[in-house]
Design a protein around this ligand. Structure first.
Ligand SMILES: NC(=O)c1ccc[n+]([C@@H]2O[C@H](COP(=O)([O-])OP(=O)(O)OC[C@H]3O[C@@H](n4cnc5c(N)ncnc54)[C@H](O)[C@@H]3O)[C@@H](O)[C@H]2O)c1
Ligand SMILES: Nc1ncnc2c1ncn2[C@@H]1O[C@H](COP(=O)(O)OP(=O)(O)OP(=O)(O)O)[C@@H](O)[C@H]1O
Length: 536
């Protein structure tokens, strides 16, 4: 507190007649009179003015200091929250991997025990021999020196990521998943000298070996044996095609998986379909280990649905078009036999469609590890105002930097595959699916200058509902699974390490251009006739 006594009175604040030549105050002749009180009044007014000046200045300084301090604190808090989010994401990923591994091991253990039990009853020697055979198989696999990494990626490397775990090795032998190799091609040519250095620095010159992922080519090393057929529900034509395709695939000696609902339909139609396999509840988590190829029969929604079944690695997709638009469904269902024949034989051009991994972080979460399961999206995650009539107010951060505050109907964080879906309708650019990036597209922003952005694929985005938000926000994932975000909650989003490899009809670029021409009639205009005015 600043006391009035402690404030020095400026000499000019005294009436000039009361100041002697030395600047000292003298006694007034009207000491107790009216003049005295009047002059006192004026000087007090002047004093008050002076008191107020340094006082206001002081408060302002304090406020500035205080708000600086608050800003530093909020920055530190934000950084801590982001650290927490990424730690949570990493922890849940490790937890998922651990659970998968544990499940896989215990299943295999049961299988091995069961087979030992069976054979042990008949002939113990046989068991010994089969164990030796397994060991030899593993050894020969290791000795065969499968080329690694240099000219592409081998699916063995993914399957054999835990070589010290013999159960895992035996397991991959038992399920006999087809192995394949991915090549990166350049200008339509296969480039066996695919370099893994992104930037090299030779003789002082910076060169970029790769600026994007180029056209990718998949070559089967062993023939695919198991096909998962996923279908759009409640469609008679899809049901009919599914039954026909399953028969055809069976003739080709392939194992076939369908959804439980579809298996029931097929078996009800004819007991012939008893060979068709399906899964129960949690077994779906291990589907990627059994399936070599996923065929979808429907529109883009069916591709999104199929992708959502794989929370981790995804086998190659072959999407057949049975919808109205079909941006991600390049194959014609009428020619399914020829298409599948050529795909089962390979090689196939594929588009690696990247997915976004989304985490909802609740303000109410008590511990670091109390996080909701991550959700993977192939198109986009949307944060909007739902049924609320208030503007959304969303604070957006990219890594450690503040991006902006979205005030409008909401925000779309989209993959490049999703750039032709909701993001396009909200004014975002159409982006080739192989361009590595995340689209940041506002929905009806209440601002004239809010243009959509495209951010690099390596960033982590954090969308925070501020505490002073008037309403709740809602997140939806590929148009589904709406989750409410209360003030203080956040959505953290980054590129997933598990893309969806989709087979191309031609190549990635050809398919993309074909879909925007056919699907959206992009830049369709009658050509101006030659018959008219011309430059002379
Ligand atoms: N205003 C909009 O344009 C709007 C609004 C809501 C949802 N959507 C989109 O719908 C998607 C969900 O699709 P659904 O089939 O389950 O719902 P749906 O049945 O409502 O169909 C939405 C339409 O979007 C098309 N579509 C989906 N993904 C696409 C893509 N990557 N490129 C071009 N078009 C695409 C579909 O072909 C379909 O015609 C969401 O991911 C979202 O992108 C768009
Ligand atoms: N196997 C499935 N199980 C449950 N829902 C599914 C399945 N396949 C698709 N869907 C859902 O059905 C809806 C419609 O699917 P899809 O987009 O493939 O067909 P469509 O609407 O006829 O195609 P288009 O949008 O191109 O006209 C989508 O919301 C999708 O999520």
């Amino acid at each position: 507190m600043i006391s009035r006594e402690s404030i020095p009175v400026h000499p000019t604040a005294m009436a000039p007649e009361n100041v002697n030549s030395n600047g000292n105050a003298t006694n007034s002749p009207w000491e107790n009179g009216c003049h005295d009180s009047l002059s006192l009044l004026t000087s007090e007014k002047a004093v008050m003015e002076i008191i107020e000046q340094p006082l206001v200045q002081g408060i302002e300084d304090h406020l500035v200091e205080f708000s600086e301090a608050m800003r530093t604190v909020s920055k530190a808090l934000r950084r801590a929250a982001e650290g927490k989010a990424s730690a949570q994401a990493e922890a849940s990923e490790w937890k998922r991997k651990y659970e998968l591994e544990r499940k896989r091991n215990s299943q295999l253990e049961n299988k091995v025990l069961a087979s030992v039990d069976l054979k042990g009853n008949c002939n113990e020697k046989k068991v010994e021999i089969s164990a030796q055979n397994l060991k030899r198989m593993l050894q020969s696999d290791e000795q065969s020196q499968i080329p690694r990494g240099k000219n592409g990626i081998y699916s063995h490397e993914v399957l054999r990521d835990n070589e010290h775990n013999s159960y895992s090795n035996i397991h991959s032998k038992l399920i006999r998943k087809a192995s394949f190799k991915l090549h990166w091609c350049c200008n339509g040519e296969k480039n066996d000298q695919h370099k893994h250095d992104v930037v090299s620095f030779e003789k002082g010159n910076i060169t970029t070996a790769e600026r994007s992922s180029k056209q990718i080519c998949l070559k089967w090393e062993t023939p695919p044996q198991t096909v998962l057929v996923l279908t759009k529900p409640n469609s008679v034509s899809v049901k009919f095609l599914c039954a026909e395709m399953v028969r055809w695939l069976r003739e080709k000696k392939l194992n076939i998986y369908v959804e439980p609902r579809v298996r029931t339909d097929l078996v009800t139609e004819s007991p012939y379909f008893n060979f068709v396999q399906t899964w129960k509840h949690d077994e779906i988590l291990l589907l990627h280990e059994k399936v070599d190829l996923v065929v979808t029969l429907g529109g883009d929604g069916t591709v999104l649905w199929a992708a959502s079944l794989f929370k981790g690695p995804v086998p190659p997709f072959v999407p057949f078009s049975l919808g109205s638009l079909g941006f991600m469904t390049p194959f014609h269902s009428e020619q399914y036999r020829e298409c599948l024949k050529s795909i089962l034989q390979g090689p196939i051009s594929i588009t690696l469609r990247h997915r976004l991994q989304c985490h909802v972080i609740r303000e109410a979460a008590k511990s670091e590890y109390e996080t909701e399961e991550p959700i993977l999206v192939l198109n986009e995650v949307t944060i909007d105002r739902g049924i609320s009539s208030f503007l959304t107010n969303l604070e957006c951060y990219c890594d450690n930097s503040f991006v902006t505050c979205v005030q409008g109907d909401g925000l779309i964080l989209s993959t490049t595959s999703g750039s032709t879906a909701y993001s396009l309708a909200a004014g975002g650019s159409m982006v080739h699916p192989q361009v590595p990036g995340i689209l940041f597209t506002p929905i009806c922003p209440h601002s004239l200058s809010f243009r959509p952005l495209i951010l690099p694929e390596y960033v982590t985005l954090r969308i925070q509902v501020p505490f002073n938000s008037r309403g709740h926000a809602w997140a939806s994932f590929d148009g589904k699974d709406r989750k409410q975000l209360a003030p203080g909650d956040a959505l953290v989003c980054s590129m997933s390490t598990w893309p969806v490899p989709t087979a191309c009809q031609g190549d990635s670029t050809n398919d993309f251009l074909h879909s925007i021409h056919d699907g959206l009639h992009w830049n369709l205009r009658k050509t101006q006739s030659f018959d008219g005015p011309r430059e002379t």
